[in-house]
Design a protein around this ligand. Structure first.
Ligand code: SOE
Length: 368
């Protein structure tokens, strides 16, 4: 492997743009990050992939993912969930580092195969849970680890969007069980569950409920509809290993909520509240406080902030990807195969997603 890590990406749309932007920001803001070369974009549609490669700053294009993986040090799996398993396993078997978007796989079996491949590989595997890398989330984690909230009793985590409220909103792969696995549950719930596992503990049992409100949707540019075979929304009650209890919800139908990813944690001594739509802030209540205090998490000694701007010069959603790429690439360069969030954490979340689906099917509590 050369000193510079060559990068290949599979999938060049929304997540391709987010990660390419992050890779380009690193040399300026995180000069100690490993150097990378943006080498190859992989996509079945060569023309579209070429256009994307040029726009995102990559050198070339291939149409076969194995070709891409054979030629790079680091593989970013940013495609639909149905292409997470095979290419990621192939990369790890060939000791190519992998960062894979969430949820890790469409099924629990797929995620288990990926985690096994990661355990046997000398390469580093990462699951792209970018919200762990929000400074305010790491600030909350530090408070919890320092015991400032005391014994954790409640977790309330919601992820609310509204882009499917309109029944005429077009069909996409995110609505197909074979391609996506699940709907709001895997796409949004995976983030909430990862944050809860990161900040609090493992989930041990769940009572889940899934709902699909609109069964078919128009296919863009065609005179037909396709069935929606995933959930539009889920809710779950959960028990944590440490005895805490939790309530979770995600939907694509919460009119007026664009990307409301919130988590509130209450302990015996204090509480924290986070809302992605105010991501520079954390509401904190400590032992002697009579109400929540708004902490602006933009001081130089706050996580990652010294790399950016002076206090108060707020960060945005895209910065979470820069921090995530910094940590992942640093671990890859150092060969830290116990990197977290790795495929172990991706699998942990997938077990919870699977349990919520099982619970819904049986209409009873199940173990994770
Ligand atoms: C779409 O619902 C989506 O882009 C998710 O796929 C992302 O993971 C989330 O961060 C924002 O919403």
């Amino acid at each position: 492997m050369s000193a510079e890590l060559s990068v290949g990406i599979l999938g060049y749309k929304f997540m391709g743009k987010a990660h390419a932007n992050a890779l380009q920001r690193l040399p300026t803001f995180f000069p100690d990050a490993p150097e990378t070369s943006l080498d190859v974009v992989c996509g079945r549609d060569e023309d579209a992939a070429s256009e994307a490669a040029e726009r995102l700053g990559f050198d070339r294009v291939v149409t076969d993912w194995a070709d891409a993986i054979d030629q790079v040090d680091v593989f970013y799996n940013l495609g639909p969930n149905s292409v997470h398993v095979e290419p990621s396993v192939y990369a790890l078997e060939n000791d190519v580092h992998v960062l894979c978007e969430k949820p890790l796989a469409p099924t629990l079996e797929g995620a288990e195969r990926m985690a096994e491949a990661a355990a046997e590989s000398d390469a580093v595997a990462a699951t792209a849970f970018n919200y762990r890398f929000v400074p305010a989330i790491q600030y909350a984690k530090n408070l919890i680890e320092a015991g400032e909230l005391g014994e954790i009793r409640h977790v309330r985590a919601n992820y609310l969007q509204d882009w499917l409220s309109d029944p005429e909103a077009p069909w996409t792969w995110r609505m197909d069980a074979d391609t996506a696995g699940s709907g709001a549950l895997g796409d949004l719930g995976a983030h909430s569950i990862d944050l809860a596992r990161f900040l609090v503990d493992d989930l041990t049992s769940v009572s889940g409920h899934l709902q699909t409100f609109v069964d078919e949707r128009p296919v863009p540019g065609e005179d037909e509809t396709r069935p929606v075979t995933v959930d539009d929304a889920y809710s779950a009650q959960v028990e944590f290993a440490n005895g805490a209890m939790g309530t979770f919800e995600a939907t694509r139908y919460a009119n007026g909520r664009k990307n409301a990813n919130t988590i509130e944690i209450n302990g015996s001594k204090g509480s924290v509240k986070f809302d992605l739509e105010r991501l520079n802030e954390l509401d904190v209540l400590l032992e002697d406080d009579r109400g929540f205090q708004r902490v602006l998490v933009t001081d130089e000694d706050d996580p990652y902030v010294e790399h950016w701007w002076p206090p108060g010069h707020v960060l945005g959603w895209e910065h979470t990807f820069v921090h995530e790429n910094y940590e992942f690439l640093s671990a890859a360069a150092a060969g830290e195969t116990d990197y977290a969030p790795g495929f172990v954490e991706g699998l942990g979340v997938q077990r919870a997603l699977d349990a919520i689906e099982r619970s819904d099917a049986k209409r009873e509590w199940v173990d994770v």
